[in-house]
Design a protein around this ligand. Structure first.
Ligand SMILES: NC(=O)c1ccc[n+]([C@@H]2O[C@H](COP(=O)([O-])OP(=O)(O)OC[C@H]3O[C@@H](n4cnc5c(N)ncnc54)[C@H](O)[C@@H]3O)[C@@H](O)[C@H]2O)c1
Length: 211
């Protein structure tokens, strides 16, 4: 029997896989597929059925493995396990090409996140709305973050501005940062940083293609 972790302590790889299972299960629902076996889920995801069962075991899903999992119930339990039912406020800092693309294309509201503010230093965009969200000035950032109880941020500023911006937002209560800039950030222990570099995915692909 695999070991279950105490609730609230899913490992990063399990969190990663569960979030991807969630998207696959939603796709099954749109195709009117109500039940899925661990093997079918593993085939679509690209791992194996024992890994899928192990991951689902971690979230205490009550569904039956032998008859397959009910997609709708599994979606519910994954959302609870990932704590998506408690809405969190987030912001985007740097409303250039990347910040605008994220604002336009990431469905935050579907996954318990509320894009509450965006920030920039460019006077041409400050005060405007992009994708229906107000762009505030970087100077007002610390006050707005506190006022709107924003705890997560996507950092889309040039690398030279990233650490200073990071320090400011942590001071204002941000606990999770998705950093798109190319520098590694120094943060206190209570803050989580995720790094997202599209080029690194291409490097991995390039390596595999060259084997
Ligand atoms: N991770 C990835 O895969 C990936 C992909 C593309 C770009 N990037 C990085 O993301 C960042 C943004 O890229 P981009 O193409 O959108 O650049 P961009 O120049 O189009 O946008 C940057 C924006 O940040 C604003 N800005 C500058 N300093 C600021 C500050 N202190 N506070 C708030 N806003 C500030 C600028 O006014 C501008 O609007 C860069 O660091 C870039 O290297 C990463």
């Amino acid at each position: 029997m695999p070991q279950k972790r105490p609730s609230g302590t899913l490992s990063p790889p399990v969190i990663q896989r569960l979030s991807e299972y969630l998207l696959i299960l939603e796709q099954f629902i749109t195709q009117e597929q109500e039940v899925v076996s661990s093997r079918a889920l593993a085939t679509v995801y690209g791992n194996n059925s024992s890994q899928v069962r192990h991951d689902i075991f971690q979230i205490e899903h009550k569904g039956s493995q032998s008859h397959g999992y009910l997609c709708i119930e599994l979606i519910k339990d994954i959302r609870i396990a990932l704590n998506l039912q408690n809405e969190k406020n987030l912001c985007i800092i740097g409303m250039g090409n990347l910040g605008r693309a994220i604002t336009a294309h990431v469905p935050f509201d579907k996954y318990g996140m509320n894009l509450s503010a965006t920030f920039d230093i460019d006077p041409d965009v400050v005060g405007k709305k992009i994708g229906g969200i107000e762009v505030y000035s970087a100077e007002s950032m610390m006050d707005i973050l506190k006022e709107k109880n924003i705890t997560m941020a996507a950092l889309c500023v040039p690398a030279t501005r990233a650490q200073k911006t990071c320090d400011q937002i942590i001071h204002s209560g941000v606990k999770g940062i998705l950093n798109y800039s190319r520098i590694r950030l120094k943060v206190p222990e209570h803050v989580s940083v995720h790094y997202e570099q599209i080029i690194c995915s291409f490097m991995q692909l390039s390596y595999k293609c060259s084997l």
